[in-house]
Design a binder for this molecule. Sequence first.
Ligand code: PNS
Length: 171
Amino acid sequence: MKRAVYPGSFDPMTYGHLDIIRRAAETFDELTVSVLNNNAKNPLFSVEERVKILKEATKDLPNVNVDSFSGLLIDYAAEKNFHISVRGLRAITDFEYELQIAQTNSKLSKGKLDTIFLTARLEYAYLSSSSVKEIASFGGDISECVPDFVAKMIYQKYNQKFKGEPNEQQN
Ligand code: PNS
């Protein structure tokens, strides 16, 4: 059985993440999306909230489950017996950062944890959790970036009004 982990901050999950999740779920028999518990990043959403969002967004995907982890990815992967980590690539700038992480993980795990990259679909290539948060903090429209229920949660965090129309492209 082919299993993989898709680690990330997911603060919050965007349609870009969801697209990678869907495509990875078609490639692997079982995919675990795992939220990094790292308060140093000063996240907008708690780990519990991020896990809840991911669970709701992936509830129609039977071979996807959601978890969280702290510390090094290689230690978590060893504990859960994951040998493949999935990451999305949007642009060449992502590649440099991701290549370094992938090589570090490969070296630290003595080759036991490999990384597979999926390239972001063009319509999501511009998307990042940070830009979604910045747009939302000023009450801008994020309806094409995240599912409606996530947009509402983000606006609430910033005490902003939900301005975007419900997205036709709900996932
Ligand atoms: O969504 P992000 O913030 O780009 O995800 C980054 C993540 C979680 C994949 C990466 O920071 C990570 O795996 N952190 C755990 C700590 C670790 O294993 N570091 C060693 C690799 S540099």
